[in-house]
Design a protein around this ligand. Structure first.
Ligand code: NAD
Length: 266
């Protein structure tokens, strides 16, 4: 994967932790210059940017709330100021506000939709405008590449998480409709749907032995995913190696979407 993304610029939202952090690191290792978006705490994004620069790459951290149009615009301005443009955009920021349906507040519903769905709308719309503004470059066959971070919950229903599942199911049709609309211009839009990846968002599901045992029953491949699993997938999906992959969700889930409950004759 070394140099697969040489001379390309990537922006990763929510890059200060978990999957975004892992994806940003992998894109940088593949040769991309990387802008690292963070929401509130700059420390780990700035530390990763330093690490990338010390290893000979280019990177900087940029603050933005992806649910706020003016902050998203400023984030792209910062990318243009530092790197002239952007070639790869990974719309990764996301959160959960879980509760039983009857107890779910309108605020928790709206916060999840605002970040997980509207945040991806704003980020990818700014990306499409930027790709169009600067035109074709000679560093990739595509005019630009967008990766939406979805979830296995774009297809697996999830009681107690209707806001999150609705947002990720929304991403499925958002991504496909956008891909259909902009593919004629050479813009490739795809999603990655992670299964259970070891990050802060789902700590309760893997940080005790009992929780881990319960979680592993849902994963035929027998292990929890790591952010590197998603990083490798993102590098491939952002590179010309996947140039004919358009409008697809790549499930990276250890088989979680294989209905493991039916493995033993149901
Ligand atoms: P995480 O909590 O470590 O990362 C989420 C990131 O999003 C954080 O960096 C956070 O600061 C950022 N963020 C939240 N609200 C934001 C906002 N308004 N503006 C900008 N950034 C914001 O969790 P993660 O597991 O790394 O999640 C990353 C993505 O992967 C999410 O979209 C999540 O839904 C998805 N995902 C995760 C898993 C998993 O098992 N960890 C599985 C499927 C999908």
């Amino acid at each position: 994967m070394e140099n697969l993304l040489a001379n390309q610029v990537a922006l990763v939202t929510g890059a200060s932790s978990g999957i975004g952090y892992g994806v940003a690191k992998a894109l940088a290792k593949a040769g991309a210059a990387v802008a690292l978006n963070y929401h509130s705490h700059p420390e780990s994004a700035e530390q990763l940017a330093d690490e990338i620069e010390k290893n000979g790459g280019s990177s900087f951290a940029v603050r933005a709330d992806v649910s706020d149009p003016s902050q998203v615009e400023k984030m792209f301005d910062a990318c243009r100021a530092r790197f002239d443009t952007v070639d790869i955009v990974v719309a990764n920021s996301g959160l959960q506000k879980d509760s039983a349906f009857g107890d779910m507040t309108l605020e928790d519903w709206q916060t999840v939709l605002a970040t997980n769905l509207t945040g991806q709308f704003l980020t990818t719309q700014a990306a499409v405008k930027e790709f169009r503004r600067r035109g074709q470059r000679n560093n990739s066959r595509a005019l630009g590449k967008i990766i939406c971070m979805s979830s296995v919950h774009e297809v697996i229903p999830w009681a107690g998480h209707v806001n999150y599942a609705a947002s990720k199911c929304g991403i499925q049709m958002f991504m496909k409709s956008l891909a259909q609309e902009v593919a004629p211009e050479g813009i490739r839009v795809n999603s990655i749907a992670p299964g259970a990846i070891r990050t802060p968002i789902n700590k309760d599901a893997w940080n005790t032995e009992a929780a881990l045992k319960k979680l592993l029953r849902l994963i035929p491949y027998g292990r929890v995913g790591e952010v590197e699993d998603i990083g490798e997938a993102a590098v491939w999906l952002a590179s010309d190696e996947s140039d004919y992959v358009v409008g697809t969700t790549l499930f990276v889930d250890g088989g979680m979407t294989l209905y493991p409950g039916f493995a033993d004759n149901g």
